[in-house]
Ligand binder design. Structure first.
Ligand SMILES: Cc1cc2nc3c(=O)[nH]c(=O)nc-3n(C[C@H](O)[C@H](O)[C@H](O)COP(=O)(O)OP(=O)(O)OC[C@H]3O[C@@H](n4cnc5c(N)ncnc54)[C@H](O)[C@@H]3O)c2cc1C
Length: 318
């Protein structure tokens, strides 16, 4: 597998990650953004963003994010779609693990947002890592020729279910509502030979034994009876707000609200690692705040890597 060395790796391509990349790339630092999915972050799912300074009040979050990403790329950022599943922050080189390859950076920036959610289905927490997963891209291959369930109706659920159709013998897609009429991706998924769509259906229970998940209990909204499905994997994609820190393996200090702890320069307690945006779990989760964090971290990183005494600004007085 590929190993890539670079100056800065930014995990997460939301407004925090993209603004940080814009500044580090413009400061001539070799910058890589690793983003699991440009459509699932908080800004990407924002229907209309009326309060980002300087852009049309009609603009969608997705369109604004595309502008930010394109601008970072235009200045040299290497944007890659990859889900980070682990990091090693020991030593001068920080290592980042993805299914697509390993990245080594002199500066690591955490910008994965707060779209994580506490386990809410019965059995979800108990079987997490033993059949329950939040990442088909990482774990899909474990379920070759096995039956799995995907729970959720958002874009991420649909895309991840598509990934699983390549491995699993059957993908049970469980949604509490019908997808919208114009949801082309959902239609494509339902038309796959090995997909069974359980619409207007709730997941009641994830069952298993010491070797892992063995099945789920579901209930159709219009039926009295519950139903059991025998399967070995359950992939859960529900929305909610909780800093995404699972890939950190407890290596980075958190604040009392569960966000990553930083100083005024967005530096974490681990030298060479910064955290920006909603992953800090600030009380003011706004795109403009996330973008501002990204700028602050980038300037601090430039100073750190170039041993500058003062921060180099990105503008010149005329
Ligand atoms: C429904 C909704 C409406 C909102 N409306 C507004 C609004 O009108 N105005 C406003 O200013 N703010 C709004 N916000 C808040 C704003 O969107 C967030 O504060 C902002 O997007 C946070 O930016 P971020 O970069 O920290 O995180 P995000 O935008 O969530 O981006 C995080 C990125 O990290 C990626 N990622 C996550 N895990 C991994 C991983 N393991 N590996 C690689 N990549 C990963 C995700 O795919 C995503 O692209 C809204 C939020 C929501 C949920």
């Amino acid at each position: 597998m590929e190993t890539i060395e670079t100056d800065v790796v930014i995990i997460g391509g939301g407004p925090a990650g993209c603004s940080c990349a814009l500044y580090t790339a413009r400061a001539d630092l070799k910058t890589v953004i690793l983003d699991k999915n440009p459509s699932v972050g908080a800004l990407a799912i924002t229907h209309q963003i009326a309060n980002y300074p300087g852009v049309s009040t009609e603009m969608s979050g997705d369109d604004l994010l595309t502008l930010m990403r394109d601008q970072a790329i235009q200045y040299g950022t290497d944007y890659r779609r990859a889900q980070v599943f682990g990091v090693d922050v020991n030593g001068d080189w920080k290592t980042v693990f993805t299914p697509e390859g390993t990245f080594k950076a002199k500066a690591l920036v955490l910008a994965t947002g707060a779209m994580g959610r506490p386990a809410s289905f019965k059995g979800e927490a108990e079987f997490l890592g033993r059949g329950v997963s939040y990442c088909a891209t990482c774990d899909g291959a474990f379920y070759r020729n096995k039956e799995v369930a995907v729970v959720g109706i958002n874009k991420e659920a649909i895309e991840e279910a598509q990934v699983l159709t390549k491995f699993a013998s059957k993908v049970h897609w469980i949604t509490s509502n019908d997808p919208a009429e114009d949801n082309f991706e959902a239609k494509q998924l339902i038309n796959q030979e090995n997909v069974k769509h359980w619409s207007k259906t709730r997941l009641m229970l994830i069952e298993g034994n010491e070797s892992g998940v063995t099945g789920v209990t579901i209930k159709d909204r219009g039926e009295e009876q519950k139903q059991s499905l025998a399967l070995e994997g359950v992939f859960v994609y529900m929305s909610g707000s909780k800093p995404i820190i699972d890939f950190l393996g407890g290596q980075i200090a958190l604040n009392e609200t569960g966000g990553v702890l930083v100083d005024d320069f967005m530096a974490t307690t681990s030298e060479g690692v910064w955290a920006i945006g909603d992953i800090r779990n600030t009380p003011f989760k706004q795109a403009v705040v996330a973008a501002s964090d990204g700028c602050i971290a980038a300037m601090a990183i430039d100073r750190f890597l170039n041993s500058r005494k003062s921060i180099r600004v990105d503008w010149v007085h005329s």
